[in-house]
Design a protein around this ligand. Sequence first.
Ligand SMILES: NC(=O)c1ccc[n+]([C@@H]2O[C@H](COP(=O)([O-])OP(=O)(O)OC[C@H]3O[C@@H](n4cnc5c(N)ncnc54)[C@H](O)[C@@H]3O)[C@@H](O)[C@H]2O)c1
Length: 692
Amino acid sequence: MTRQDFSQAMTIKLPTKLPPYPEFITEYKGRKIRRTPKRKYQLSKTELIIALKNSLRYVPEELHEDLAQEFLTELSMIGDEGRGRIYGYRFRPPGAITAKPIDQYKGVLEARALQLMLDNNVDFDIALYPYELVTYGECGQVCQNWMQFQLIKKYLEVMSDEQTLVVSSGHPVGLFPSRRDAPRAISTNGLMVGEFDTPEPNDIPFLNAVAMGVTNYGQMTAGGWMYIGPQGIVHGTYITLLNAGRKYLDIPLGQNLGGKVYLTSGLGGMSGAQGKAVEIAGGIGVIAEVDAQAIKTRKDQKWVKLVTADLDEVFQWVEEYRTSREPTSIAYHGNIVDLWEYVVKNKIQIELASDQTSCNKVHGGGYWPAGMPYEEAKHLLETNLEAFKVEVNKSLKRQFELIQAATRQGTHFWDYGNSFMVAVYEAAKVKEIKTKEGEFIFPSYVEHLMGPLYFDYGYGPFRWVCLSGKGEELKATDEAAMSCIDPDRRTQDYDNYHWIKNAWENKMVVGSQARILYQDAEGRVRIALKFNEMVRNGVIGPVMLGRDHHDTGGTDSPYRETANIRDGSFVTSDMAHQCWAGNAARGMTLCVLSNGGGVGTGRAINGGFGLVLDGSKRIDEIIRIAVDWDTMGGVARRAWARNEHAIETAAKWNERVGSSGHITLPHIPRKGLVEKLVEKAIKQRRLQDSSD
Ligand SMILES: NC(=O)c1ccc[n+]([C@@H]2O[C@H](COP(=O)([O-])OP(=O)(O)OC[C@H]3O[C@@H](n4cnc5c(N)ncnc54)[C@H](O)[C@@H]3O)[C@@H](O)[C@H]2O)c1
């Protein structure tokens, strides 16, 4: 066969006409459009050649002369368009891309819904770096390049509902015959063979594979096509803060954080939710942020109320709001270390505290050192990485010392899943951050709060999108969801009831008409069935159901989602794989499995789903078995890890479902039995304690 024959063997492909080169706009609705920094890689000459050939695979040969040169520029580090990756800018659909009402897309219903979700993830209003297909989390991409984006869309437009689109790290492998009840799209991102699955700072094999165009860092809902803007994080942060108040400050149910201060850092992608969340929880937020642009975004959005670079002013405001018990959020334009210095020196009472700098990229611009202006720090990072690292490590060490001092004054501090404790330990080499037993002295929010109180019960970030794009339909679903929750059943139900009750008023929608609502398995099924019935009765149009991957069962991530798994199985990722496979087997519309997430490659496997509610009885059945499995598979694993609340939840499920299902539960030895036995055996040298 000739090269031309290969091209003729395809009917679904990019056109032979060269699209016009895009005009890059720098501002949208008064906000700056951000562009990715230059991304690193180390490719040999042979690999560089392969990288270019790989990107040209999508493009008809007639265009190769022009595009080879253009793609080479993109792969280079030169000029504005040379950012170390081939994004294929020319193939980006021109203008603003936004989630349109479902009937404006072509294809079968499920395929149209997926196109809407894709568009939402690259919307100028939503995406962190929209021109580079990065939805959030610094490098979480929808797919690798715009050629893939266009092709995926083409496949979705023509596919039938008895076919499945297979997407491998953004690459549309093709359409394959399947069944009506099979997923319409199966997608994976960044899954590496173990030897090459190396987390930072040795992540070059992964970054090289990205630069060569053979893998994609999908984060969670970026490559999972289920991002709904910052709303998702606001709800999660809100319940984390409320539960922190209950656990550490004994705030009773029904009361909020009135008069209590939460001190933290970061007003970026996810961290930017902290101001809004603390206000919804009724408290006083004090948030340090070095980047004026990040502060402006949150101020314009009304997610922070007050802004100053004057520390005296920050704490005058704090005292005023403490007295009035009114909620507020204060952005301190400056370094978190300086904020802590002031607090400790002046013995200011701070009840709750955390940190949301991006310590998962601690030496790569995720954490900015104190003692120098932000712009100077950025310059140092670009010109002298070694000197930059020294400054970062010094800063982290000081921050940790100050936090320790504050906790002695009564502050409760937790790690927010941003690898802060790992960075202090590994980068800043502060050994006293660990206990004798090898655990960090400050818990992570999953270990103390989200894990035992939410994930172990099966509560997780359930979400939906009203595909008509109509706000009134979202309002109707809010009300319907609320009617499915009994606020008196559990604390979690109480919090979630109040969240959904106020969700419309809180004006959380950015992009598609979406809502997040933490629910357990029973609640998710009940709400999904109710929505499907509403679709059936014509009350609302079709709905895309899904969830964040930061959930009970979809994600194995020892530093975050599975941080409270203590039976040794936190090193495995069977649960995430089984959740994904089980969802596919039960007929979810979209099943995604990805490497990484907020903690970086090699540190997590995460999966998600999408299910289009079309009002049919067929979908009722899928809801009953698949939505339940998606959560209860995770509860089962958590129960097997001897997590008390998960055992309770699984036991109740066994009782409720009768002979239609059964979860294996652990037998728990009487307290002290095993401990005494092992201690004796070590003394007698029959077993050896390797920690000695
Ligand atoms: N919010 C959540 O629910 C949640 C959950 C899990 C993990 N996280 C983690 O939180 C971290 C932050 O996420 P993001 O998306 O907001 O990242 P981001 O990079 O968009 O935002 C971090 C912000 O911190 C600021 N910053 C860095 N160093 C600083 C310093 N020393 N002083 C003051 N400000 C500083 C940066 O300028 C930036 O705006 C990530 O590691 C993420 O994985 C958040």
